[in-house]
Design a protein. Sequence first.
Length: 283
Amino acid sequence: MRRSLRLRDEESLTAGRGGEEADVKDPQIHPTAIIHPSAELGEDVEIGAYAIIGQGVRIHRGTRVGDHARISGPAQIGEESRIFPFAVVGEDPQDLKYGGEPTELIVGARCIFREFCTIHRGTVQGGGRTVIGSHSYFMAYSHVAHDCIIGEHVILANGATLAGHIEIQDHAILGGLVAVHQYVRIGCYAMVGGFSGVAQDVPPYTLVAGDRSRLFGLNMVGLRRHGFAPETINGLRKAYRLLFRSNLPLQRAMERVRAEIPASEEVETLLRFLQGSRRGVCR
């Protein structure tokens, strides 16, 4: 099968002195790989043995695609990402309403997709795209369904599974074999314990676990590892007690948090998340 490359990536073709283009490092492609003529590969991309790069795929500079991996398009893969053997990235969504419409996957820089993970494009009904932020890590056999919006520095451990239309905010971590229901939101710096089923929104900065996940307090380990100040953690503790341990109706608890706890960006983030919940939150 004929393979062709078009190195038109703005990060791959840079202007040199006197208006001349600087030297670019050609992609390294194994002879057995199959590259669609419309695919665009940036500078210093590596494509392994028997990998398949489909129509409408654009891979930015420095990305490495392992043996037998498959990337389908339309899809954009950010720079210096790694796609390990047998990962499937950008395939058609598993949605009965999908009829072959041109939807896309957008992946940020320095993401890692381990063996056998599956990442699907969006649907027209869900906005047309699945989006993954930079520096995110998807371990073996994890799955991201159509129309998910995933922030930066997110981790899905082995076998973690997202249904469609899920939002995961920055620095959230999902343990092994976690399953998340459609339209659920998982807040920033939250941790979902392994083998959990998540059917409602997970508030930012919290720790949840269980067959039908429930709250187990703040994600103290995560907050400390990310350098949150003691006064910030103390404010979140007080807010947590009022919101989830006071037996007050949520709206009344939120009013008390705003009245009694010194304002901070983190507390306000927590309150905005709760205010915007449509599925309800884990309690």
